[in-house]
Design a protein around this ligand. Structure first.
Ligand SMILES: [Fe+2]
Ligand SMILES: [Fe+2]
Length: 281
């Protein structure tokens, strides 16, 4: 990338990613994420092919002091039909969205040694900027209800999938967008119903935006997974099954949102076989 002599030196894309990853405060992380995404797309629209660079990402991203992170079985469960239950649900979604911001920037920096088309970076920068909006929208919903992100405990271990696949690019694509984010497509309609019943229209609209945009993130995962299978002459379905069984802990759980999964390029024969243990050899 070129810059005029007096201009602030432009960050490479992996430097932008690491700047987001290292930031501990949630709102500030999202502000940086949105600003870097804007810079990236402004450069792309000007016809420049910005530098990706090779700035290494941290092992774990910066996190605020609160929420306290607990093992999933220690996070208190609340009934979703109650106001406290709905706050707990939104809090859990905010936590997922903040992790998703980091996951999308992490895949950009973590595997920068692999040569990829510019469209690959466009997709993940766009996904990261959408996740940043999701976090902000859900934080706004929490604050409107008198709570905030950090007020409750949250799941530790959200970063585990990133750590498990830190050395396996295709494993990362298989597990994060094509399994974890696809799971979001399965469960979000039920969440939207809970907030519809409570007539919490702001939360319904925030979740509807999330639901629509998450289809794209799963689709990016599927697109680039298939691209790499083509590059390495691998059968996508077999490779997906192998990688998910290697890196994902446990079986996939139906019911699946077959329609949205299909929209995202995930056919049933990718995920149904992963609901069952492999027969003993
Ligand atoms: Fe999201
Ligand atoms: Fe997402």
């Amino acid at each position: 990338m070129t810059s005029s002599p007096n201009a602030t030196p432009q960050l490479t894309l992996t430097e932008m990613a690491v700047d987001v990853l290292n930031c501990a405060d949630g709102r500030e992380k999202c502000a940086r994420s949105l600003a870097h995404a804007k810079t990236w797309f402004a450069m792309r629209e000007s016809g420049a092919l910005p530098d990706i660079g090779n700035c290494p990402p941290p092992d774990t991203p910066g996190r605020p002091e609160r929420p306290e992170l607990l093992s999933p079985r220690d996070v208190p469960r609340r009934k979703p039909g109650t106001p406290d239950g709905r706050i707990a649900l939104l809090h859990a979604v905010a936590h997922i969205e903040l992790n998703a911001v980091d996951l999308h920037w992490d895949i950009i920096a973590r595997f920068s040694q692999v040569k990829m088309p510019a469209g690959y970076y466009d997709d993940w920068v766009k996904a990261a900027s959408e996740e940043s909006n999701h976090f902000n929208m859900i934080c706004d919903c929490l604050e409107r209800l008198g709570s905030h992100y950090g007020a409750l405990a949250a799941h530790a271990g959200m970063w585990r999938a990133a750590q498990d696949t830190a050395d396996d690019f295709m494993g990362r694509l298989a597990v994060v967008p094509m399994v974890l984010e696809a799971r979001g497509l399965d469960v979000t309609p039920g969440m939207i119903d809970i907030f519809k019943r409570a007539k919490d229209h702001e939360s319904v609209s925030a979740l509807e935006v999330i639901y629509a945009e998450e289809v794209g993130h799963v689709a990016y995962g599927s697109k680039w997974f298939h691209f790499l299978c083509g590059r390495h002459e691998l059968d996508p379905k077999d490779e997906f099954h192998r990688l998910v069984r290697k890196y994902f802990h446990g079986l996939l759980r139906p019911p699946f949102n077959e329609e949205k999964r299909a929209d995202a390029g995930l056919p049933p024969d990718f995920y149904w076989p992963l609901t069952e243990e492999l027969p003993e050899a």
